[in-house]
Design a protein around this ligand. Structure first.
Ligand SMILES: Cc1cc2nc3c(=O)[nH]c(=O)nc-3n(C[C@H](O)[C@H](O)[C@H](O)COP(=O)(O)O)c2cc1C
Length: 309
């Protein structure tokens, strides 16, 4: 394979099964910061060292390279939403996640599998990332199952939960054209649905978006960049991940593909009330040009606003 294609290299490196962590610290003014990372590795027992790599493009890069302490929060299998949240550019991640104060003043997330509080030992520049080596000052772990990550998908390592449904996500999108939202249906007599597909997917990941791109190619609708809009578990435990995007080219409406505005939207056709809530939130946030990301269950969760800075 060609080394000059970073995508190919990324795919190959992504074959390595890892856990998922959220790395946290505080800004000098006390503001908590955090990002999702699977580059965490233990380094040494004596002295107790670990490392994590942070991309130079991360908004929090400089905060972490200058922080006087940081924490590694190892996520448990039921914390996919937390992983998605901290992999986003959301402005108030710490208003959504529940957390507490560590002994080194680092934010420690609740319900994790393990945590390590560290002081910075060494910072190494390495290409487009910086390696943060930390000396462990405090740590703990709990008898939970880990969240795994491989080939761009979350991997549930829990032996007790083996039904295929557990590994499936419903991936869909709210696609806008002049304030109207795209609905599709298999034939003229069927109910309208939001465009959606089912697959092994992960939050805010390129592979997830690509499955949607393929869907829109099939529908003959060209769509611009897509942004994460909602992550929730449906009543039947299916994970649902919805993006938002806009039509970029000409499109034809038909008996099976139509754009609806907020007044004539076929809410009655939607499968669950949670979808109605999501679409109504979309229309409202579009009017206000202030989009957020919903993370939660079908019935309870939080909308996180994006930073406009
Ligand atoms: C499973 C997973 C693992 C990730 N691992 C890393 C990582 O090791 N290092 C990194 O810099 N970004 C990693 N990311 C991407 C960051 O979480 C993402 O860029 C985030 O937006 C950074 O936050 P910030 O820009 O607010 O600092 C990962 C994302 C996911 C979903």
């Amino acid at each position: 394979m060609s080394i000059s294609d970073p995508r190919l290299l990324r795919d190959a490196l992504g074959c390595f099964l890892t856990g998922v962590t959220v790395i946290t610290c505080r800004e000098p003014d006390g503001t908590p910061r955090g990002f999702t990372a699977n580059s965490f590795t233990s380094v040494s027992l004596d002295p107790p060292l670990l490392l994590v790599c942070i991309g130079k493009g991360a908004w929090s890069h400089d905060v972490f390279t200058e922080a006087s302490s940081f924490a590694v929060n190892v996520l448990s299998e039921d914390q996919r939403e937390i992983s998605g949240l901290f992999a986003s550019k959301s402005a108030d991640k710490f208003d959504v996640a529940s957390w507490r104060e560590g002994t080194l003043n680092t934010p420690l997330l609740d319900n994790t599998l393990a945590w390590f509080e560290c002081t910075p030992e060494q910072t190494i520049e390495a290409g487009d990332h910086t390696i943060l080596i930390g000396r462990v000052a405090a740590f703990d772990h709990a008898p939970k199952r880990p969240l795994g990550y491989c080939r761009g998908n979350y991997v549930d390592l829990g032996l007790a939960r083996s039904s295929s449904r557990d590994n499936e996500s419903q991936v869909g999108a709210i696609i806008d054209h002049d304030g109207k939202v795209l609905m599709v249906r298999p034939d003229a007599g069927s109910q309208w649905t939001l465009p959606q597909t089912v697959g092994k997917t992960s939050e805010d990941d390129d592979a997830t978006r690509e499955s949607l791109v393929a869907l829109f190619a099939e529908l003959g609708v060209s769509v611009g960049p897509m942004f994460l809009f909602s992550i929730f578990k449906e009543a039947d435990e299916t994970n649902a991940i919805y993006y938002r995007g806009e039509v970029t080219g000409p499109h034809a409406q038909s008996e099976t593909l139509r754009f609806f505005d907020s007044n004539d939207f076929p809410y009655g056709d939607l499968p669950h009330p949670s979808f109605e809530t999501m679409v109504k939130r979309y229309f409202k946030e579009r009017r206000e040009l202030d989009f957020g990301v919903y993370v939660g269950s079908e019935t309870a969760g939080t909308v996180t606003a994006f930073s406009t800075s």
